[in-house]
Structures are given as structure tokens and as C-alpha cells.
Design a protein around this ligand. Structure first.
Ligand code: ADP
Ligand code: MG
Length: 570
């Protein structure tokens, strides 16, 4: 371990030298009350900035154990400190030369509170993992600027963001308590026979299609539960909380266009994650393994038994072991459901906006015109009950366009001017008074789902093969690309970055030609929860990179979308 003074001397010594000389700075340096680790130095000012860590001993940082002993509090605190560090760093981050020179950045957090590699708190220390653009003009080192960043700015940022006595303790308390409440709420849903909860006063709409911030303004209508579904629960910190409890079963959300149906469903989709204070969806909580299902034409499918939904394809093509590199709207949606069932899914979320019409509905007239023998698809309307009875899988679906669903729904909620109203009784009356005349198609076809075993060959990587993510939707795994555009509950680029490495980790540790996809994903998830996300990184004991934890469903979804995936069914 060297001293800060030695770091300063090293910087002076490389003044005016070629950029490559920065490499000598790699190492660890003891400052007054923290250690700076310069783990990796970028190769030029335009390359990804240099990766560093700062570690403050708990002796100095002084966080009470309440903020890191249990997992929910730990994740809440790490998220909080990442945001603190980030906002202070923004004030110090300024362009000092070319390319990324002068940048000081830590992973960006969105509205969700996710476990991330950017910050670690435990009984020993608090550690921030961040990046610095080491400054240069052309390829010439700017030593004075580098010294300013490393010896003034970074200590300044640390001082203002990593010590318990200087951070906003009230705010941290609030965030930890909120995450604990959210976690408790999500865990008790099942026992209450509920699949989702939306608190009164929640603010569901977002600022815009590209912003996840809450919509502001006088026109915003806060959520209020219909009396029929109003439940009051007790949370450890918040105390009593009232809102709409969506019971297990088949729940229909209906209503005119633009009345807030999709907005409600979207909030429920995101309710698998915890949200920051002031998000508006803090108490919109959904079963953790709920899965949004949508049509995804063009996706590849490997060896999925979709025969429960789709049978009798032209020319007798087999659908019990269905593979395609270009699925249609309906086959992709069927595959998405079966793949979710493979993992065990307690709740499916569907929106007419993103569903294939012929997958959702086939009305009486069409049943007469095109006889069942000529129609491969059994529509979802005829399967929803089987899913509930045989798999204990509930459904919440948004359907504004077809009253046929009244007959299978356990309840019907009408959205009107962004306010939910229970219209179950009225929908039943209408069903009786004017029957749809459709006949239920093939019942009881879907009893169990065949587990699939991914074959190791599909994951073969050469040592020079790149494994990385680009943005939130795209993973490169050697020569294969994985398109995650339609995996809608993937919310953070850090999750995608993690997924790329998680697939590699799974391939190295668990994909052996015998283990099923479900058991592989389960095993990986257990490792991640026990050992932390750092384990998937190639940089042991260093800045691991910026990763956020995905759910097990998204891990499986990424593997399922590998274009060369080969499987065998059990
Ligand atoms: P639908 O699915 O019923 O057609 P959307 O959920 O897409 O309707 O909502 C339509 C518009 O109304 C969106 O721009 C959305 O942001 C806005 N919106 C949704 N809920 C609310 C609300 N509670 N208050 C104000 N605006 C809302
Ligand atoms: Mg809609």
C-alpha cells in the first residue's frame, strides 16, 4: 500500500508523457480516512474511463448495522449511497481535455431500487466503485489536472457522500424503511391470496414514453381502490395502508381507450421491483415472479412444447417440440407463456396493446366460419382457466375490445377517467342477457409443461469471443446476439450487462446437458443471492464493472432468446 503523497509524486513524474504512462498509477493508496484503488487504467482518453474504488472503513464511515445486516436494508443503503456519490460526483465532473477527460461517474440508478455492484456496505467498510476519465490533451497526459482529480476531487466526493454523519440520515432511514415495507408487502401477498396490491394515492402515469419519472400536473389522477377490492394491510414502518388488492384468479381490466388501463398494468408489471420514495409507485407491489407476456414476432424459439396453444399447423408440423428462428405473433406469445410456466409463474400480465389478436380471441362467428380443425390456435380465453386450475397461475389482462372475456373472468375492473370501478356483476348480467355464442375450444390440454435441457454446445465460447451488453436490449455472446427489446420487465442497463456475464457463468458452472433450464436458473440465482453479483465478473477483488441484479425470469428469457440455442426436452 502506498501513500497519497506517493501517488502525487507518480503523477508529477508522468507529466507531459504519452497516455500509456498513466498505467503506473495502478495500485492502492492510503489517504487520511479512505483507500483509493486504481484498478484499471484506460488505454486512451476516448476509451471507457478508468475503473477505481474508494473504501472507507466502518471505523470512520460509522454506519449503524441496521443499515446493512439484513438484505433489504443493505440494498436500500447501497442504492442510497450510490445516488449520493453520483450527485456529488456530478458537481466535480467537468471536461478537462479530450474524450472522457475529467469525467467522474458511478453507475446511474433509475426509479427502481436494485442490488448493484456500484456500492458495497458491510460490517467492515463502505466501498464505492466508480470511473474516472484520466485527463489528456491529444495523447499527452495532463498531470496537473490528474492531480486535481485524484487528490482533491475524489477526497471531496468521499467526504461528502460516504460517512454516516454527513449524509442525510433521515432520508436514508426513510429509504431503508420503505424498502423493508415493500419487501414485507410483497412477501405477504401470497398468504393474503392476492397477486398484486395498488395503494390508494399511488401515482401511476409516467412523465413520457421515454421518462420513468412520475407525471406531474393538475390533471394527474391518483389511484383509489374500488370498495369491493379495498383492503387494509399493516406494514412494519408505514403502519396501516389501504389500497386495491387484486385477488388470485382471472382479472379483467376493461375501459375505453385512453382511460388508463395500460398505465395500471404497467405499474403492476414494475411492482416486482422496489421503487424510490416519491416515485408514485412505492406501494404498487406485485408477486415477485409475475411475468409480462406479449407477442414478439421474429423471436427465435428452441424446442418449446406449445401444443397446448397451437396444434395442427399446416403440413402436420409438430408443435410439441417447436423451434423456429422467426416466430409469429401468436406462436411467440404461446412460447413466452410456456417458458414462464417452466419456471413456475404465479401471475401472467397481458395487454391487448401488445398481444396478437388471434392469440387472444376467436369469436362465435369466426368459430362457425373457420372450423376448429382448420385453426391451429386455441385462444388464450380458453386457456386462462386451465392455467389457474392446473398451474395455479393467475392472470391480469387488459382487454378493451372483447366482451367474450366476461365469461371467463373472475372479476372485471373498469377504468374510467383513470379511476377503477368494479363492474363484475354488470358484466355477468350482460353475459347472461346476450350470450357470446362461442363454444369453449379443447379443454384441459395444458396439464404440465415439459422441462427443457439446454445443450452446452449452444454456449461454446472462444477465449477471444466478446461477451457484453449494449444498452438495455442487446447482448453479444460471441457471434450470437440476444435481442431483449420485448422482455419488458428488464428495466436497467446494468441488469442487461449482468445477464451477459450470468449466461457465461451459467455455461461454465451449470449447463452440462443434464440440468434443466429451470434448475440452472435457480442455481445461478442462489449463487448470486448468497455471494453477491461480483461473482460473475472477471475482475476478482477489483472494480467488477457496473451490474444490477436481474430476476430469474429475465435470466431464462435471455437464454431462451439465444439464436443458436439447442435444447432437449425431458
Ligand atoms: P389505455 O390503455 O386505457 O388506452 P393508457 O394507460 O395508455 O390508456 O393511458 C392513456 C394516457 O393517459 C397516457 O398518456 C397516460 O400517461 C395517461 N394517464 C394514465 N393514467 C393517468 C392518471 N391516473 N392520471 C393522469 N393521466 C393518466
Ligand atoms: Mg392501452
Amino acid at each position: 500500500m502506498q501513500t497519497a503523497f506517493e501517488l502525487q509524486k507518480k503523477i508529477t513524474a508522468i507529466s507531459q508523457k504519452n497516455y500509456g504512462a498513466y498505467k503506473v498509477l495502478q495500485g492502492s493508496y492510503q489517504f487520511d480516512n479512505f483507500t483509493l484503488f486504481i484498478d484499471h487504467v484506460q488505454s486512451d482518453p476516448f476509451a471507457p474511463p478508468s475503473r477505481m474504488r474508494v473504501r472507507v472503513s466502518q471505523k470512520w464511515a460509522g454506519f449503524p448495522s441496521r443499515f446493512y445486516l439484513a438484505r433489504p436494508a443493505k440494498v436500500a443503503t447501497e442504492d442510497f449511497l450510490t445516488r449520493c456519490f453520483g450527485s456529488v460526483a456530478r458537481g466535480y465532473s467537468r471536461k478537462k481535455g479530450m474524450g472522457k477527460s475529467g469525467l467522474i461517474i458511478i453507475d446511474r440508478c433509475g426509479q427502481e431500487i436494485l442490488e448493484r455492484t456500484a456500492m458495497v456496505i458491510n460490517d467492515q467498510f463502505v466501498e464505492a466503485r466508480f470511473s474516472v476519465g484520466l485527463p489528456a490533451r491529444g495523447r499527452t497526459i495532463l498531470a496537473r489536472e490528474a492531480e486535481e482529480i485524484l487528490l482533491n476531487y475524489i477526497p471531496g466526493i468521499v467526504k461528502q457522500s460516504m460517512f454516516y454523519k454527513i449524509i442525510d440520515q433521515k432520508k436514508l432511514h426513510r429509504q431503508a424503511e420503505l424498502v423493508e415495507d415493500q419487501t414485507v408487502l410483497r412477501n405477504i401477498l401470497h398468504d393474503l391470496n392476492l397477486v398484486a396490491f395498488v395503494a390508494d394515492g399511488s401515482l401511476l402515469p409516467r412523465e413520457s414514453g421515454i421518462s420513468d419519472l412520475p407525471l406531474q400536473g393538475s390533471g394527474v389522477v391518483r389511484f383509489k381502490a374500488p370498495p369491493e377490492y379495498s383492503v387494509t394491510l399493516k406494514l412494519p414502518h408505514h403502519g396501516e395502508i389501504t389500497g386495491m388488492g387484486v385477488p388470485r384468479g382471472i382479472t379483467l381490466i376493461v375501459g375505453g381507450g385512453y382511460h388508463g388501463k395500460s398505465t395500471l398494468l404497467r405499474a403492476i408489471e414494475r411492482g416486482v421491483y422496489n421503487h424510490v420514495p416519491e416515485d408514485g409507485r412505492e406501494y404498487v407491489i406485485t408477486l415477485p415472479n409475475a411475468v409480462k407476456i406479449r407477442a414478439e414476432d421474429g423471436r427465435s424459439v428452441a424446442g418449446v412444447d406449445i401444443s397446448g396453444f397451437i396444434n395442427n399447423l399446416p403440413f402436420g408440423r409438430d408443435t410439441s417440440n417447436f423451434s423456429t428462428s422467426n416466430a409469429s405473433g401468436s406462436t411467440s406469445q404461446a412460447a413466452n407463456i410456456i417458458e414462464a410456466l417452466e419456471l413456475g409463474v404465479p401471475l401472467l400480465l397481458l395487454d391487448e396493446d401488445t398481444s396478437a389478436t388471434n392469440f387472444m380471441i376467436r369469436d362465435a362467428r369466426m368459430q362457425q366460419l373457420v372450423v376448429k380443425e382448420k385453426e391451429p390456435i386455441t385462444p388464450f380465453i380458453d386457456m386462462a382457466r386451465d392455467l389457474l386450475d392446473n398451474f395455479n397461475t393467475s392472470t391480469i389482462l387488459v382487454v378493451g375490445g372483447s366482451g367474450d372475456y366476461f365469461e371467463v373472468a373472475d372479476r372485471v375492473i373498469l377504468m374510467e377517467n383513470y379511476r377503477p370501478r368494479d363492474v363484475t356483476a354488470r358484466a355477468r348480467q350482460i353475459s347472461c342477457a346476450s350470450p357470446s355464442g362461442r363454444v369453449r375450444e379443447v379443454q384441459g390440454q395444458l396439464r404440465n409443461v415439459r422441462q427443457r435441457i439446454p445443450l452446452p454446445d449452444s454456449f461454446r465460447l472462444e477465449s477471444r469471443d466478446k461477451v457484453k451488453a449494449r444498452g438495455i436490449d442487446d447482448i453479444q455472446l460471441g457471434r450470437q446476439n440476444i435481442d431483449l427489446q420485448y422482455v419488458e420487465q428488464l428495466v436497467d442497463p446494468g441488469q442487461t450487462a449482468a445477464l451477459a456475464l450470468i449466461i457465461k457463468y451459467a455455461a461454465q458452472n451449470y449447463i452440462n446437458g443434464r440440468a434443466t433450464l429451470a434448475s440452472i436458473v435457480q442455481a445461478v440465482m442462489q449463487d448470486l443471492e448468497k455471494e453477491g453479483l461480483d461473482i460473475v465478473s472477471a475482475f476478482k477483488g477489483q472494480h467488477p464493472g457496473d451490474y444490477a441484479l436481474p430476476r430469474k425470469y429475465e435470466i431464462a428469457a435471455a437464454i431462451n432468446r439465444l439464436r443458436n440455442l439447442k435444447v432437449k426436452q425431458t
